[in-house]
Every structure is written in C-alpha cells, then in structure tokens.
Design a binder for this molecule. Structure first.
Ligand code: HEC
Length: 167
C-alpha cells in the first residue's frame, strides 16, 4: 500500500471515531434536557407543552408574573423602604415556593406538571393573580380577556397532551 493510501484510511478511521463521539454526545444531550423523565419518548409531550408555553404564555407571564414567581424580579423604587422590602421579599419567597417560573415548563416547586396546570387554571378563573396589592401599583399587570383566553387554551391543550401520554 502506498503511504498516501494509508493516510487516507487513517484519516477516514479518525473521522469515523470523531463522528461517533459527536453523535453519542448529542443523543446524551437530548436526554438530560429533561432528567425527570427516563426516556426521550415519554418526554416528548412535555417538550411540546413547553414549546407552546414559550410561544404563547411565557410572554404574558414574563411581564405580569415573573416579578414574584421567578428569579427575574424587577424591584420598584420603593423596595428600598424598610417595611416594603420585607413585604416584597416575603411575597416573592412564598410565590416561588409554590410556583417558580424561572426555568419554563414544568415549573419548579412542589407540584407535578398537571398540578401546575390545575392551579394556573384556578388562578386565571378566579382572577386571584397577580394579587390586588400588586395590581394597584402595577396597573398594566392585570390579565386581559385575551391573556386569560390564551392561558386557558394552553392549559386545556397541555392537559390533553399530557393525559394522552399516560394511557
Ligand atoms: C406580587 C407578587 C405576585 C405576582 C405578581 C403574581 N403572584 Fe402568583 N402568587 C403569589 C404568592 C405570594 C402566592 C402564594 C400565596 C398565595 O396564594 O397568595 C402565589 C400563588 C400563585 C399560584 C398558586 C400556586 C399553588 O400552589 O396553589 C398560582 C397558580 C399563581 N400564583 C399564578 C400567578 C400568575 C399566573 C401570575 C401572573 C399573571 C402571578 N401568579 C403573579 C404572588 C404573586
């Protein structure tokens, strides 16, 4: 064999090994995206639910809920007042313990994905969120009719998506 031919084979082998490692790495990556789920197949509905969340619901939550339910709190100027600071800090702590939106869907907290869908539906239906004490100071934070429709549609669709998965 000529040395040229040998080096072509060596190069081909080398590339094969590189490609092997790249491909095993990406398939491992797609699994760790959702460590709560053992197989990539059963996580597909959750990923779709999150995709829809990112598209339609997250923009609403980002502007109207993140101040309390995420690590992206934007503090108002009056936050520096001693008593106010404590009240806001407590609010954010309680809100995040229940439902933390920092990492998209499923939210972080005590519940399962379907628990979160249930409590979000309740909060939208009874108009309890954002709390009035927040709304009076952030007037544009109230959910509009359109917001509520969008969120409820997402909840319904997501329940179907996740319910279908369990059967
Ligand atoms: C001023 C801070 C604040 C804002 C803004 C806020 N929340 Fe809350 N949220 C809380 C607190 C505090 C709790 C926990 C105690 C309670 O129910 O009042 C809570 C609880 C909840 C719960 C109930 C969780 C459970 O386990 O029962 C849901 C659902 C919820 N919020 C959704 C929202 C949504 C959706 C928005 C935006 C439209 C929002 N919240 C905006 C403070 C806030």
């Amino acid at each position: 064999m000529s040395t040229d031919f040998k080096s072509v084979i060596a190069l081909a082998l080398f590339l094969n090994i590189v490609i092997f490692f790249i491909s095993t790495e990406t398939s491992a990556d797609s699994l760790v995206k959702d460590p709560a789920r053992a197989s990539a197949d059963s996580s597909a509905p959750l990923l779709r639910v999150n995709e829809n969340y990112l598209k339609s619901v997250r923009p609403i939550f980002e502007s109207k809920c993140f101040d309390c339910h995420s690590s992206h709190t934007v503090h108002p100027w009056y936050y520096s007042l001693p008593l106010v600071k404590q009240l806001i800090d407590r609010d954010v702590k309680e809100a995040r313990a229940d439902l933390d939106m920092s990492k998209d869907f499923p939210f972080l907290g005590k519940g399962t994905p379907t628990d979160y869908l249930d409590v979000v539906r309740d909060a939208v239906n009874d108009k309890s969120m954002p709390p009035w004490r927040y709304r009076i100071l952030h007037r544009s934070s109230e959910l509009t009719e359109q917001d509520r429709k969008t969120i409820l549609m997402w909840v319904d669709l997501s329940e179907k998506e996740l319910g279908a998965e369990e059967k």
